[in-house]
Design a protein around this ligand. Structure first.
Ligand SMILES: [Zn+2]
Length: 329
């Protein structure tokens, strides 16, 4: 049987069973699927069409911010029934069925994802008592198997491309019985604004309203995805601003250091000048003292010069002797 891969071109970035430590927090043995590259020159952000690998039936879509982000599930059929989960999406189309090769959604980077990629998990299921039952649920991956098993089964299976039909249908009589026994029916129908007369509300009316609600949920999920992307942008801006503030703080610290260095340098200079000033003052005092002694000596000389027999030469000798005495002190 022909098989298409969900992303074209197809390149794995993380294998099944890798990085056990990273997946412990999710209760998993290791990576529970395949991670597929979605960033290419024509989709630089990683928003690439997710293609139906076979004819698929829509099963579920939901949002899980700390894990899969925006994700959806479809059922395919080869020899077995398979349930596929595609995670970290940007948006999901509203559909109940898609033919092989048609696009189902657009990949992205929502949820627990460090970069844009498509996460693909496959589980083998069975229909049991009108319920989907995952096979080998306790295998450490909640039933997820290496997607290679699915790929091999489809490629080796000789059959036409079937549209899986796993709809759990409720028979008209059972529906009436359920409605008849329901105590909340009137309330629920009023809440859904289906009809003023709950008794005449048909199964189709309920289906139509629920389908409308489902598509509204999809819209809201898309909006949520956009908001999340914007939030991430804002967070990036905040961290950039934080970095700037830190840089400014560092710069301020450096300036303060430089200023205080300069001030202490100046204070050192003041000390040096004060010391010099003291030395100069000491010198001046010494000079003043010498000057006083010289004056005294001169006065003595003058008093002696009044005696007539002293010659000028004698006066000079006296003065010289006095000077010698001062020096000796
Ligand atoms: Zn993954």
């Amino acid at each position: 049987m022909k098989l298409l891969l969900p992303i074209d071109p197809f390149q794995l970035t993380q294998e099944f069973g890798e990085n056990p430590n990273m997946y412990k927090k999710f209760g998993l043995k290791a990576h529970n699927g395949w991670d597929i590259k979605t960033k290419y020159p024509d989709t630089p952000v990683g928003q690439r069409y997710i293609i139906a690998p076979q004819n698929v039936q829509f099963y579920k879509q939901s949002i899980d911010p700390p894990g899969y982000g925006i994700y959806f599930e479809v059922i395919t059929k080869a020899k077995s029934l398979w349930k596929h989960t595609f995670a970290h999406c940007h948006s999901i189309e509203t559909f109940t069925e898609k033919k092989q090769g048609e696009s189902m959604a657009i990949s992205d980077n929502t949820g627990n994802s460090t970069g844009a990629h498509l996460h693909w998990t496959v589980k083998k299921i069975k229909i049991l008592n009108s319920q989907h039952e995952v096979q080998d649920y306790n295998n450490g991956y909640f039933g997820a198997v290496n997607p290679q098993e699915y790929v091999d089964e489809v490629r080796n299976y000789n059959g036409t491309q079937p549209m899986p039909n796993t709809n759990i249908t409720i028979e008209g009589s059972l529906y009436e019985k359920l409605v008849g026994n329901s105590t909340k029916w009137d309330e629920m129908v009023k809440y859904l604004e289906i009809s003023s007369d709950p008794a005449s509300t048909s199964f189709e009316d309920v289906q139509r309203v629920v389908a409308g609600l489902k598509s509204r949920i999809t819209d809201i999920q898309t909006q949520l995805g956009n908001t999340q992307a914007e939030l991430e942008n804002r967070m990036e801006q905040v961290s950039r601003l934080k970095e700037q503030v830190l840089n400014n703080d560092k710069l301020r610290g450096e300036l303060i250091q430089k200023l205080s260095d300069t001030v202490s340098e100046q204070q050192g200079m003041v000390g040096v000048y004060e010391k010099r000033l003291k030395e100069i003052q000491g010198g001046l005092e010494a000079i003043a003292r010498t000057k006083g002694e010289l004056n005294k000596a001169l006065l003595e000389c003058k008093s002696q010069s009044t005696i007539e027999q002293l010659t000028i030469a004698d006066v000079l000798v006296l003065l010289f002797n006095k000077l010698k005495q001062i020096k000796l002190k």
